[in-house]
Design a protein around this ligand. Structure first.
Ligand code: GLC
Length: 648
């Protein structure tokens, strides 16, 4: 039913703020009116019964107006440009890199001197790992924030960040930053006040007088860091209470039952939007709503919060896309794009964490069956949304795809996962990989995998053994992994260091703030003398850099690689070969990847059974022209080789 009172309320608020509804603010006003009913409805689904629901809703309305009025005009014009482009973030022109500014180049100012490096590689989208204030030794890589508005002095200042954003914008680059929505550092002002006994701030978190409720919660909540931070609650001696801390004990979970918390965090989201963030990475959204008797992950209210954020952003700062960092079961990941009336109206992006892990599965087994068994889920991604595709990031690799997918491929899930963990931790006899198990949980038998792209592909061991052919093979694997994720659909996100083949960095073991967390082994400190070797022909760095650069450039030339939900899997005539078709109009690209350590054979019929019979195919990678053979003849793909074949 039309909510007249609500529209009146918005109208009054807008007019009171001096918004020029018929003039320059007309689009904002239109968006606001179009989304008001949804915003109100989503908000009330969460807070209808809260005594301060009304008051906080008024604040929310004020925040939206403030975000719009404070939005710099350069960003408003950029919003317009993005709108005119349509789904700007689906483009094949975008290629990202995720990096720690301090480990990459010292500080934010140093980064502005490196923009040329990204340009040379072809990267035009940067995910800068968290830089807001975070206690040095209890930081979780910046994901324990003690001040959401203050850039940590180790990185520079807010002015430096704003200057960098402007420079990036001038160079047509895009910026991604994190909002750590689920928790704050225990040193955050709210946490300090809560610790001192202020009830108002204790209500920002989940505080308990004794263990009775925590014990109940613990019965159904899994542990995220069972080794470094067992359990989900931490005792606070100052106030003699327990606080929920799902991640580390210094990361306290925010309580979104409290509308104040939502409004405070929305304000921070707008603050980041108005710095010029193009994609906001919402950290750990699966965890933001808790309910006794559940795993406290992926709950419907978590989606309601994300939808509410999305609609507010859509009104006030529409150029900012949202990435939900939900590293959960495949089916659950898909829900973060929205469901029902909210399809493609929740997160614009999610990480394709399932496929990332499946690539590692294929590389270890040489078999594509498990990967294919997962695709019916992944192909459900709604039109207009996209993946972040990647081989490695700052986190571990979790083998979180479903047991039924492994069974469908004919394997025993327990044995299969055990093999993968042994293979990548180097336990498995003959494994070339050098990684480590992360967060092993003896109670459940679960473990995830740490290690850099290069080390997991065998480069570390090959260099140590001075084995030329093993070095060549590991480089081949690195590029195979990158190529597969670059052409799959979505925005590829490189992890810094991988573009020149960094192997594991063990220096973290000498730092007490990091040694308990082996994810630091794959978060290298960049040595620019090493990166400089990318210019010397014949070096490993040169080969990996050139190949990565060439892959990026090929991706940018082929529009059918943009994510228009235009991916079709080829029939698996050979289980070692992962093949998919990307198409746009009449244009097609057949991408075939051999995950086997031996040459693999693919019948030419594979290219003819999709209503198309090309006579010749051009491989963009090797720049070779192939005559399509007879159905009884085969295309031979070398060990860990791949082809990007376009009909000519
Ligand atoms: C996300 C981050 C991870 C961090 C966790 C807790 O998953 O990617 O690095 O430890 O959230 O903030």
């Amino acid at each position: 039913m039309y909510n007249y009172a609500l529209h009146q309320q918005i109208n009054e608020a807008v007019q009171h703020a001096g918004i020029d509804i018929g003039g320059e603010d007309n689009l904002f006003y239109t968006r606001f009116m179009a989304n008001t009913a949804d915003i109100f409805d989503l908000y009330m689904q969460l807070y209808e019964h809260h005594p301060k629901a009304e008051k906080n809703f008024q604040q929310l309305v004020q925040l939206i107006i403030k975000a719009h009025t404070e939005r710099p005009s350069a960003l408003k014009s950029r919003d317009e440009q993005k709108r005119e482009k349509g789904n700007w973030f689906l483009s094949n022109q975008l290629v990202g890199m995720s990096l720690y500014v301090d480990r990459f180049c010292g500080d934010i100012r140093g980064l502005s001197n490196k923009l040329g490096y990204f340009g040379e590689l072809g990267v035009n989208f940067l995910h800068l790992m968290p830089m807001f204030e975070s206690p040095a030794n209890e930081s979780d890589g910046g994901y324990a924030v003690s001040d959401f508005r203050k850039v940590d002095q180790r990185f520079g200042t807010l002015e430096d960040l704003e200057a960098l954003q402007k420079e990036m914008q001038q160079q047509d680059m895009y910026l991604m930053l994190d909002i750590v929505l689920n928790h704050t550092s225990h040193q955050h002002e709210w946490a300090r006040k809560a610790r001192q006994g202020e009830k108002k701030y204790q209500d920002y978190y989940y505080f308990y007088n004794d263990r009775s409720l925590p014990d109940e919660y613990d019965k159904t909540m899994p542990e995220i860091f069972p080794e470094a931070a067992p359990g989900n609650f931490t005792f606070i001696p100052e106030c003699k209470k327990w606080v929920m801390s799902v991640f580390h004990n210094y990361q306290w979970d925010l309580n979104y039952n409290n509308p104040h918390v939502f409004v405070e965090m929305l304000d921070t989201i707008f603050f980041y939007a108005n710095i010029g963030v193009d994609v906001l990475r919402i950290d750990a959204p699966a965890f933001i709503w808790k309910q006794l008797g559940t795993t406290c992950q992926n709950l419907p209210q978590a989606h309601t919060i994300l939808r509410l954020i999305k609609q507010c952003v859509e009104v006030a700062t529409p150029g900012m896309a949202l990435l939900g960092e939900a590293i959960v079961a495949p089916k659950e990941i898909l829900n973060y794009f929205g469901t029902g009336n909210y399809i493609a109206r929740e997160c614009d992006f999610a990480y394709n964490a399932t496929h990332m892990a499946l690539q590692w599965d294929m590389l270890a087994t040489g078999d594509t069956k498990v990967m294919l068994a997962a695709q019916h889920e992944l192909l459900k991604k709604p039109f207009g949304t996209s993946w972040i595709t990647y081989t490695r990031c700052h986190d571990d690799i979790g083998l979180g795809y479903d047991d039924y997918m492994i069974k469908q491929a004919g394997y025993n899930p327990y044995e299969h996962r055990k093999f993968l963990k042994d293979y990548y931790s180097g336990e498995y006899n003959g494994s070339p990989a050098r990684g480590a198990l992360f967060s092993s949980n003896p109670k459940t038998g679960d473990a995830r995998i740490s290690g850099s792209l290069a080390s997991l592909c065998g480069l570390e061991k090959a260099i140590e053994q001075d084995n030329e052919s093993a070095i060549a093979l590991s480089i081949q694997k690195i590029i195979l992994m990158q190529a597969h994720s670059f052409f799959l659909g979505g925005v590829p996100m490189l992890f810094y260091g991988d573009e020149v083949g960094y192997t594991n960095d063990y220096s973290y073991l000498h730092d007490s703030g990091k040694s308990y967390d082996n994810r630091w082994m794959h978060r290298p400190v960049i040595d620019w003398r090493k990166n400089k070797r990318a210019e010397e022909p014949g070096t490993i760095e040169n080969q990996v850099f050139n190949d990565t650069q060439r892959l990026i450039s090929i991706r940018k030339q082929l529009e059918m690689v943009a994510d228009h939900s235009n991916l079709q899997w080829m029939t698996p005539h050979n289980i070692h070969i992962a093949g998919f078709i990307r198409s746009l109009g009449d244009e097609k690209l057949f991408c075939v990847f051999n995950f086997k350590d031996k040459p693999s054979y693919l019948t030419w019929f594979a290219f003819k059974e999709h209503g198309y019979a090309p006579a010749q195919l051009k491989d963009h990678w090797s720049e070779t022209l192939y005559d399509v053979g007879d159905d009884r003849e085969y295309l031979v793909i070398p060990p860990y080789g791949f082809l990007l074949l376009q009909p000519v």
